[in-house]
Write a protein that binds this ligand. Structure first.
Ligand code: SF4
Ligand code: SF4
Length: 84
């Protein structure tokens, strides 16, 4: 019985974590091209390697890699990034 409760609690935790991850994946970071100066601060800050610079030196977010964690938003000195 004790093991059953532990298993049920673990299953609920996995479900919640999976839901949170799915929601985050739906909200990748968005770049405001007009504000981005190409300073690369966000590239250095992103733990998932989800940002690169375009040929025009503007940040580009790889939506497949982005988890929506928001670290790049806080790193940008120009408020050019947002997680919607
Ligand atoms: S929200 Fe997180 S994962 Fe997405 S680009 Fe920014 S730092 Fe990277
Ligand atoms: S930190 Fe901001 S200004 Fe710098 S490259 Fe990233 S989005 Fe552009």
């Amino acid at each position: 019985m004790k093991h059953l409760r532990l298993f049920a609690a673990f299953a609920v935790l996995c479900l919640l974590a999976g839901t949170a991850f799915a929601v985050a994946k739906l909200m990748p970071a968005v770049v405001d091209d007009d504000k981005c100066t190409g300073c690369e601060a966000c590239i250095e800050r992103c733990p998932f390697g989800a940002i690169s610079l375009s040929e025009d030196k503007v940040a580009v977010v790889d939506e497949e890699k982005c988890t929506g964690c928001g670290k790049c938003v806080r790193a940008c000195p120009n408020e050019a990034l947002s997680v919607e």
